[in-house]
Design a protein around this ligand. Structure first.
Ligand code: C5P
Length: 472
């Protein structure tokens, strides 16, 4: 997305009774400063008309692949190029199946196959269709490919059956879009009045709750990082010798560079006392931040909840959740290099409770989960993508093969892959050493087992070398 510009959404409306809710969604997006262009499938046109969508969006509505005028002037690929996000709403079982299989037999599916923009699908279908193994396999395939597939609501369906498959309410869909923009919060009701908003900046500002720690941290970081990503080597001060990495580097090979690092786990609240998390200690990410500072870089470290000290010379932004981490990362940009070492929770609870959940004599409470934004993949397609984007892959099997897939899928330059199998206390998670496979475009380097600090130094040396080549 271009900073300062309105959020542009390409809304694909599939064929289902829930299509009428997309009309309300258009209103919500526009009320919050966004722009919408609609693509209506043949099925969708059975439920809403192009005229309604054109009136609500104040944009042309696209219905066919065979519109020669548009093919000449705009073309289906251009349609998606002009969007920041494609939202398929409602996404029928048939639409999800076509998307998963790569079928392109109409305008909607063709541009979905051709696009390189982030895609969000909002399913709506009968409960049995949603629960069918074929649909669930399609959803898994799409999520694996980076599509954000929202969880349908549970309730009474238009067909009279009860269960999961209802389209979420438009304000919940809008909240998911707002979360994707990195704002970390918001229902339509919380949005600022229109006159306060200015483009995407205004949209995001309107959605970050005022007075929260995240907002304060984001603003601090914004102020600290305003202007160029480069700093003068004269500004480096004593950091290069005060990081515990001593004279690990010959001079300051990253002088004038801004390195952004994420580290640690994220905590996704269930209620005020419980959360979902993983075993990441943050040690490897912190070591990389320290090594980059020792190499002379300006370093921003976005850290999940860990008990580690901030390495000297490093600007640290503490976050709890994946959405806060994404917001902090966006705010810290631009950067020359991003090293995404955090073990971000893949899911969060859909409805975190304000009050502690109580034990009941009946069944235990069911936790409804929804997908977190993928920070690495978001950066991979961002206009502000750092010149060198590095992800991590913690795997328990087929380490290199999985890392290769991740590199392509998330549009990273390198993936630092490691095997995290092993029991509690014996695994790399929380341990002192690491065995790395560095997966790049040109192949795989297998590094011997070494302490995490040495991994950090070796990686920073590789980063410095790569940046020199990028500059050449
Ligand atoms: O898909 P997986 O979690 O294994 O990918 C690992 C890489 O993706 C790491 O670099 C991690 O920091 C990043 N990631 C992310 N946001 C997520 C999940 C993973 O940035 N929601």
């Amino acid at each position: 997305m271009d900073e300062g510009k309105a959020l542009r959404i390409l809304l694909i409306i599939g064929g289902g009774i829930a299509a009428y809710k997309s009309c309300e969604l258009i209103r919500l997006i526009r009320r919050n400063g966004g722009e919408v262009t609609c693509v209506l499938t043949d099925g969708g046109a059975q439920f809403v008309t192009p005229m309604t969508l054109a009136a609500l969006s104040e944009n042309s509505v696209h219905t066919t692949l065979w519109d020669l005028k548009n093919e000449v002037e705009m073309g289906h690929i251009q349609l998606s190029r002009e969007a920041d996000l494609i939202v398929v709403c409602p996404a029928t079982a048939n639409m999800l199946a076509k998307m998963a299989a790569g079928i392109a037999d109409d305008l909607a599916t063709t541009l979905l196959l051709a696009t390189d923009k982030p895609v969000m699908a909002v399913p709506a279908m009968n409960v049995r269709m949603w629960g069918h193994a074929a649909t669930q396999a399609n959803v898994a395939t799409l999520r694996d490919a980076g599509v954000m597939v929202l969880q349908p609501d549970e309730g009474t369906m238009a067909c009279g059956e009860y269960g999961a498959g209802r389209l979420p309410e438009p304000d919940a869909i809008w909240a998911a879009i707002a979360r994707w923009t990195g704002s970390g919060a918001g229902s339509a009701g919380e949005a600022a009045p229109k006159e306060e908003q200015g483009g995407l900046g205004g949209l995001i500002a309107s959605l970050i709750p005022r007075g929260t720690k995240t907002r304060a941290a984001a603003q601090d970081a914004l102020l600290a990082d305003k202007g160029s990503a480069r700093i003068s080597p004269d500004d480096l001060g004593p950091r290069a010798t005060a990081t515990g990495f001593g004279d690990a580097f010959d001079g300051a090979p990253l002088a004038g560079r801004h390195v952004l690092v994420t580290a640690g786990p994220t905590h996704e609240p269930i209620d005020p006392v419980r959360y979902i998390a993983n075993r990441s200690s943050g040690k490897q990410g912190f070591a990389i931040a320290a090594a980059a500072a020792a190499a002379g870089a300006r370093v921003t470290l976005v850290a999940g909840p860990v008990t580690l000290d901030t390495p000297p010379g490093v600007t640290r932004i503490d976050v709890q959740t994946a959405r806060e981490m994404l917001a902090a990362v966006r705010t810290a940009l631009p950067a020359d290099v991003a090293v995404m070492a955090a073990a971000v929770a893949d899911w969060r609870t859909r409805d975190a409770m304000d009050q502690k959940l109580k034990k009941r004599s009946s069944a235990p409470p069911a936790l409804m989960l929804e997908e977190n934004p993928d920070i690495l993949a978001t950066l991979g397609t961002s206009d502000a993508r750092p010149g060198l984007l590095i992800g991590f892959a913690a795997e328990t099997q087929d380490v290199v093969e999985n890392a290769r897939g991740k590199r392509t899928r998330k549009r990273a330059d390198w993936i630092v892959a490691n095997d995290v199998s092993g029991g509690i206390g014996q695994s790399v998670m929380g341990g002192a050493s690491n065995t790395i496979h560095l997966v790049t475009q040109s192949g795989v380097e297998n590094w011997p087992e070494m302490p995490k600090e040495e991994v950090a130094v070796k990686l920073v040396e590789r980063i410095a070398g790569a940046l020199e080549n990028i500059d050449d």
